[in-house]
Design a protein around this ligand. Sequence first.
Ligand code: HEC
Ligand code: HEC
Ligand code: HEC
Ligand code: HEC
Ligand code: HEC
Ligand code: HEC
Ligand code: HEC
Ligand code: HEC
Ligand code: HEC
Ligand code: HEC
Ligand code: HEC
Ligand code: HEC
Length: 265
Amino acid sequence: MKNKNATFIKIKNTFFLSATILIAFSAVAMAQEAVSLQNTDCIKCHKTEPATVERNGGLHKTAVGCLDCHTEHPPLGTEAIPQCSMCHSGEPHYELENCLSCHSDPHQPLALQLDDNITTACLTCHPEQGKELQDHPSKHTEVACTFCHTEHGEIPDCSVCHEPHTQGQTTKDCLGCHPVHQPLVIHYSNETPRSYCTPCHEDIGELMNKTTTKHKTFTCAFCHRGVHPVVPQCETCHGKPHSAAQHKAMPNCLDCHLDAHNLAK
Ligand code: HEC
Ligand code: HEC
Ligand code: HEC
Ligand code: HEC
Ligand code: HEC
Ligand code: HEC
Ligand code: HEC
Ligand code: HEC
Ligand code: HEC
Ligand code: HEC
Ligand code: HEC
Ligand code: HEC
């Protein structure tokens, strides 16, 4: 019983409030015949939108005003809510569905709401990254752009999702080998430290720590240049240092020198 009464009072109040607003609005509407509604009038009855635009409106504050979008006011007109396409057209991005799903508030158009499975919309402005991911299939191709870029323009650290191969590697180091949109195209500079290779090639690391020849001081990448995994020829650096007769008789350098990582002389 008590509840019913409360509801009744609420309905009554709402009715009363609406009636007041309508009367007030009719006054404005009538006044409009002489003086039309100005951008500065809106704030008299609408508090939220003008405050949002003022705070965070961006180009919707500076390049347009309320009335450029809301060209007609109820109950006078029916076109109170504008379509984005009134002003934005002619680019692939403007062909997307449901603009407001990301631009959740037109009064602060860059306050974006992005969920974690967006890719197609990103490609309207960043086709190259999409192409890299498609041309070089990897596990990163299988996740959405916003799985990694949770905010627009934000760059994640690899460590959010991965352990490094060895302690102390930063995202910059990872990127030195793995271009993130094609992580299986692994390439690196000649200066890459040995400790970046040896976590996976431990035995060779140990061999090279022990060896006493001039190869001892080289980085792995100095010989295994450029792309993983590449195996060099001795001749690339040394040519054919011995007599032609010897090379003809024994063409395989390692028959005598045994191991590139631990030469025998
Ligand atoms: C005298 C008070 C008053 C002023 C001034 C006023 N409005 Fe309104 N506005 C209202 C009321 C009341 C409603 C709700 C009417 C309805 O739902 O039909 C409303 C509704 C709206 C709506 C929503 C329409 C919809 O379909 O949901 C928009 C948009 C709007 N106003 C924009 C503006 C803009 C822009 C201005 C300034 C140019 C403005 N109003 C000035 C009172 C006012
Ligand atoms: C760039 C275009 C644009 C501008 C500029 C703009 N609005 Fe809006 N406004 C919209 C759109 C689109 C909606 C509908 C939003 C939705 O459906 O969520 C809307 C909704 C509204 C509503 C209805 C809100 C509701 O919850 O139903 C009001 C009131 C309003 N705007 C007032 C204003 C006022 C006041 C200004 C100026 C300070 C303004 N708008 C500037 C595009 C604009
Ligand atoms: C009355 C015209 C008009 C309408 C309607 C309109 N815009 Fe705009 N918008 C502009 C203008 C003008 C600019 C600034 C120049 C440009 O980027 O084209 C702009 C800029 C923007 C920006 C960039 C803002 C910034 O600060 O950099 C976004 C995002 C945007 N609009 C989204 C929307 C969305 C989403 C809608 C529909 C809900 C919409 N606009 C409706 C006129 C409009
Ligand atoms: C899936 C999310 C998403 C959807 C849907 C979306 N946008 Fe965007 N929009 C973005 C992102 C992200 C940006 C880049 C924001 C930045 O540069 O800070 C952007 C930027 C913009 C800009 C400013 C840059 C420019 O091109 O001038 C405008 C205008 C815009 N969008 C309008 C629209 C319109 C109109 C629609 C609907 C046809 C729409 N957007 C649909 C995500 C979206
Ligand atoms: C309407 C066009 C537009 C859309 C849509 C868009 N972007 Fe952007 N994005 C830009 C612009 C413009 C920049 C700034 C470019 C610059 O600073 O060189 C940018 C910058 C970025 C950056 C930072 C680049 C850097 O060098 O720091 C990332 C990351 C990014 N966008 C990812 C995305 C993702 C992910 C999406 C999809 C959710 C997306 N963008 C959607 C236009 C867009
Ligand atoms: C938001 C999470 C996320 C971020 C950030 C991220 N990755 Fe990944 N990455 C994944 C997932 C998920 C996989 C597939 C499962 C796995 O191997 O753990 C993957 C797989 C990989 C693979 C193996 C690819 C394959 O197809 O086998 C490499 C290499 C890789 N990531 C490198 C990187 C590097 C380098 C960075 C930083 C520049 C990075 N990732 C940032 C989520 C992420
Ligand atoms: C696995 C996580 C991950 C995924 C998935 C991912 N990115 Fe990135 N993205 C990054 C990282 C990390 C960087 C920084 C790369 C760098 O500095 O070299 C980056 C850089 C960027 C940049 C800046 C320019 C550049 O190429 O360095 C843009 C734009 C961008 N991403 C857009 C996208 C788009 C669009 C998609 C989806 C088609 C996407 N990204 C998917 C992690 C990711
Ligand atoms: C010196 C080059 C190099 C650096 C630096 C490097 N990686 Fe790798 N990474 C590789 C190679 C080579 C593979 C193995 C590829 C294969 O299996 O064929 C690999 C494989 C991966 C894989 C696939 C899963 C696995 O462990 O085999 C992930 C994930 C990965 N790296 C992430 C990272 C991250 C994160 C960083 C930075 C902390 C990083 N990498 C730094 C060369 C490097
Ligand atoms: C994350 C582990 C990982 C890292 C780091 C790594 N490798 Fe490898 N490497 C592998 C795996 C796994 C294979 C064998 C599969 C293949 O061929 O991709 C391999 C194969 C190789 C081969 C070819 C072997 C053959 O028989 O053809 C060479 C040479 C090699 N790696 C050199 C390097 C060098 C040099 C570095 C450092 C710049 C390095 N690797 C870093 C995992 C790694
Ligand atoms: C990327 C270039 C490169 C490759 C590949 C390479 N070496 Fe060398 N090697 C060198 C350099 C540089 C030296 C040192 C020359 C000097 O200081 O006089 C050297 C030195 C040597 C020496 C002399 C060692 C000493 O301690 O005096 C021998 C023997 C040798 N290499 C054999 C080989 C053999 C066999 C292979 C193939 C399995 C090979 N090298 C592959 C660059 C290379
Ligand atoms: C002086 C040049 C040189 C250096 C430095 C070097 N390698 Fe090699 N590596 C070679 C050559 C030449 C071969 C091919 C040997 C053959 O034909 O059997 C080879 C073969 C390999 C192989 C494949 C065959 C095998 O032995 O398993 C791997 C893996 C490898 N190297 C990893 C490494 C790593 C890791 C480092 C650094 C710790 C390193 N290499 C340093 C020249 C070098
Ligand atoms: C029949 C065995 C044998 C073969 C095969 C062989 N070497 Fe040698 N190599 C030697 C011996 C022994 C020495 C040491 C000679 C000396 O110190 O004067 C040597 C020395 C070298 C040196 C050091 C030269 C210097 O001046 O310090 C290089 C470099 C070298 N070999 C490269 C090669 C290459 C490259 C191949 C294959 C194309 C090769 N060797 C094939 C036995 C061989």
